[in-house]
Design a protein around this ligand. Sequence first.
Ligand SMILES: Cc1cc2nc3c(=O)[nH]c(=O)nc-3n(C[C@H](O)[C@H](O)[C@H](O)COP(=O)(O)OP(=O)(O)OC[C@H]3O[C@@H](n4cnc5c(N)ncnc54)[C@H](O)[C@@H]3O)c2cc1C
Length: 467
Amino acid sequence: MARRVVVIGGGIGGLTAGHALATAPDPAQVTVVDAADRVGGKLRRELIGGSFVDVGAESVLNRSTETKALVEAVGLSDRITHPTSTSSSIWSRGVLVAMPKGTMMGVPATREAVAGILTPDELAQIDVDAHPVPLTDDVSVAAGLGAQLGRGLVDRLVEPLLGGVYAGQVDELSLQASMPLMWQAATQGRGFVAAVREMPAPPASTTRPNDAPAPFFFGLAGGIAQLPEAVAADLEARGHDVRTSTIVRELRRTPAGTWEIVVGPTTAPEVITADAVVIATPPPPTARLLADIAPQASAALAEIPLASMAIITLVFDRAEIGDLPGSGFLVPAVDGRTIKASTFSSGKWGWVDAADPERVWVRASIGRAGESADLQRPDLDLVDIALRELGEALGRDLPTPLDRHVQRWGGGLPQYNVGHVARIERVRADVAQVPDLELVGAAYDGVGIAAVVAGAGPAAARLLAAH
Ligand SMILES: Cc1cc2nc3c(=O)[nH]c(=O)nc-3n(C[C@H](O)[C@H](O)[C@H](O)COP(=O)(O)OP(=O)(O)OC[C@H]3O[C@@H](n4cnc5c(N)ncnc54)[C@H](O)[C@@H]3O)c2cc1C
């Protein structure tokens, strides 16, 4: 009889693991259980202004062969698309400045590359010939980079770029976990600028004309949130179960070595039995579920802070709003604005533009780790703030939007703070003692979809190989 595996959490991590288990040569019988009313977790789309658009994650690293394979396996390859505009800006010191090219998360290969965004004093602080003492212990991004590159570069460029991934604070984020290439240079005693200078050039595209660089990201026409929807549908079509609106409250290991997963309301609990379990929930529920099963892993996971945020989507009449420059902009936290980034979705994605050429979709995000006061405000306040600050960035009053939507992401992104790599090693070591249990998701080897998907396949393979 096929092994019964319950996957707790139907975000992209849990669904990828479930799909790998269900499509292996000797497949398991899979049940994916999710607390929300739909699968997808941080991949979600809503009908706004007459078109479905992503209100969470929207793009995937183009080099993610694992995600592309999943897209293909569920029949969505023909929807793969790339940003039409990648010319973004930084809204710094009240002006939109073109994003410097050729940096590694803001670390440049030359001073000139970042001259447009830094003052002469800040530029002078960049030590292009540094020969640092090799680092052995993890440090914050600000401490690690700041010593060689100056606080100006960290605040004006590295922080907003990292903020786009982690919504984190540079004084807390781990250099080792969040900038692994810079960490590698630091441990080898190589200067950061030299390390970026020596990096190989990105490969030319085989599919784009004139040797244009290969696109850095891909999305799906109609929204990346179609991917979890399609994976869940494919699982069901293969005879597996996907249960939404089903919260997992407790996980028990029986003396016989099987699992009991307690789901549903406390007044009417239901027990699902399984031979193996994948936990694919964010760190707080994972820590709770592991409290008795792997107490050290549970304690380590409970140390991981999370950043909450909101994505505000605005839809405008194109004739009223006029042209918007490029794909959007990032905002350095040091400038004290409330929004931390804005994406001009109609400029960035051809499929959004084509959805209604007379309308323009714009996203703004609010919320960074450790800063939740702004998110206490009601939705309409967040819309007003986004409109006001977008107008300030563009230097003109914006028209009244035709439609608006606020998506809250409470605890949306785990923070890879100093010591994260060692913390996750402790989690893994403790969980490895427990048979037939795997963890997948954004807390472990990277918060992006590419990293989450890449971690899920091997987790499924380990479970299948164990028997
Ligand atoms: C606003 C935002 C924008 C982002 N943009 C991008 C982007 O453009 N590109 C990119 O690569 N990454 C992006 N990310 C990051 C990426 O989307 C996430 O890190 C990733 O999708 C997380 O996947 P996951 O499966 O680990 O977890 P989640 O998506 O968090 O899924 C976990 C699931 O577990 C369920 N769950 C929780 N508790 C229980 C329980 N007790 N019982 C049952 N189910 C439970 C939840 O309902 C949820 O569906 C973004 C993140 C956010 C928040």
